[in-house]
Design a protein around this ligand. Structure first.
Ligand code: AMP
Length: 188
């Protein structure tokens, strides 16, 4: 299964991806996690990305694409993957489509988790307390939500135009949302 998870920051993509990877037996590929690991390791790429991430803006398309390509080339991604945090704008949709065409692994479905903004802000405040992410402060969260609305919302339309979008209500218990996602996946 090759799945893209869409949804605002704090919509529960990361949490659901963790359960989905066990259920589907494919790796969870989060561009945010890849970038945070590069920042932590202090790689040249991480140094470039750090300030941009802390400001809640998008890291440049070619940096993220390069990281993603490297990750998808690893053997565990041969049988599929759950993409979380990519594509983040319309340019990345086209880049992803050509990368996946090249490796013969087209996306099966994009699942969009829908969660109202008030709940998102509440959830991120909880995560800030638990994880201490630098980009979870109220000001940066506001910017990340703005970036999401302006640049990432159109990504759902891209998958819809290909007949590959499923929209799922992201409000509710983790396990309830998880079952909704499973029900939205194409049957193997
Ligand atoms: P996330 O963990 O998905 O919320 O990502 C955290 C931050 O990493 C984002 O606010 C961006 O700065 C950066 N990031 C993650 N994925 C991408 C992407 N596909 N394109 C550009 N920047 C990204």
């Amino acid at each position: 299964m090759r799945l893209v998870l869409l949804g605002a920051p704090g919509s529960g993509k990361g949490t659901q991806a963790t359960s989905l990877k066990t259920a589907l037996g494919v790796p969870h590929v989060s561009t945010g996690d890849l970038l945070r690991a590069a920042v932590k390791a202090g790689t040249p790429l991480g140094l470039k990305a750090k300030a941009v991430m802390e400001a809640g803006q998008l890291v440049s398309d070619d940096i993220v694409l390069g990281m993603l390509e490297e990750r998808l080339a690893q053997p565990d991604a041969n049988t599929g993957f759950i993409l979380d945090g990519y594509p983040r704008n319309v340019a990345q949709c086209a880049a992803l489509e050509s990368l996946l065409a090249r490796i013969g692994q087209p996306i099966d479905i994009a699942v969009k988790l829908e969660v109202p903004n008030e709940l998102i802000v509440e959830r991120i405040a909880g995560r800030a307390a638990a994880e201490g992410r630098k980009d979870d402060t109220p000001e940066v969260v506001r910017d990340r939500l703005r970036v999401y609305a302006e640049q990432t919302e159109p990504v759902a339309g891209y998958f819809a135009s290909k007949g590959k979008l499923a929209t799922v209500d992201g409000v509710g218990e983790l396990s309830v949302v998880f079952d909704r996602i499973l029900a939205a996946l194409p049957k193997a």
